[in-house]
Unconditional design. Structure first.
Length: 208
């Protein structure tokens, strides 16, 4: 190693030149051992994330609740089918049940609804006219009288409750003949009613 000032030889490790006293200068080169040609860069592809908006507090129905809901729908459908698609004989028997119930409850409107449409119109006209002449609603008066039936029965010893028993039904197209026993006040009479089918329902036919 030589002095950069005077060119004299400088011993290894000497900090000053022995000839001129100048400080020794050592150039040090640092060679990077990192080979950039072999460096690899790993690319990163972000994974898409789908965000589902959900109303706060909302939760999915459990399987049990879904089953219960399905059973309720089926039950309603079956009930509707049984109600709207009853046989003619079932409809006729139901009509007489309604007639007896309406009479015993004192429900004039329900009572009138048991007859054919023409008879219904005539009965309603008579009720309106009679109510107008007497100044009293006949429907309400009938309801009051029926409500007094227990008291009347207690005084007379006779029960005014009506019972209708259907024995035989003979259907011919949209008309029918029904044999019944009509019981009221301890007395019974065998009565044959004529029925007519209007729309999907059967009615007691008083129009002939």
């Amino acid at each position: 190693m030589f002095c950069s000032t005077c060119g004299s030889s400088i011993g290894s490790g000497a900090k000053f030149c022995a000839a001129c006293g100048s400080p020794s200068t050592v150039a040090t080169s640092v060679t990077s051992s990192y080979d950039t040609s072999r460096a690899t860069v790993t690319s990163y592809t972000p994974i898409p994330v789908r965000v589902v908006n959900q109303t706060p507090g909302a939760s999915k129905k459990s399987p049990a609740k879904k089953i219960i809901a399905a059973l309720l729908v089926v039950a309603v459908a079956v009930a509707a089918f049984l109600f709207f698609f009853r046989s003619d004989e079932q409809l006729i028997r139901a009509r007489f049940d309604t007639l007896a119930t309406a009479y015993n409850e004192g429900n004039v409107n329900k009572l009138v609804s048991c007859f054919d449409h023409r008879t219904q119109s005539e009965l309603k006209a008579v009720i309106r006219l009679t109510s107008s002449v007497l100044g009293v609603d006949i429907s309400d008066l009938y309801t009051v009288l029926v409500g007094l039936s227990p008291e009347i029965a207690a005084l007379t010893g006779e029960d005014a409750t009506v019972t209708i028993t259907v024995h035989a039904i003979r259907i011919s197209g949209r008309t029918a003949s029904v044999d019944t026993t009509f019981s009221v006040g301890g007395e019974s009479d065998d009565v044959t009613f004529s029925m007519v089918k209007e729309g999907l329902q059967w009615y007691i036919n008083l129009s002939g």
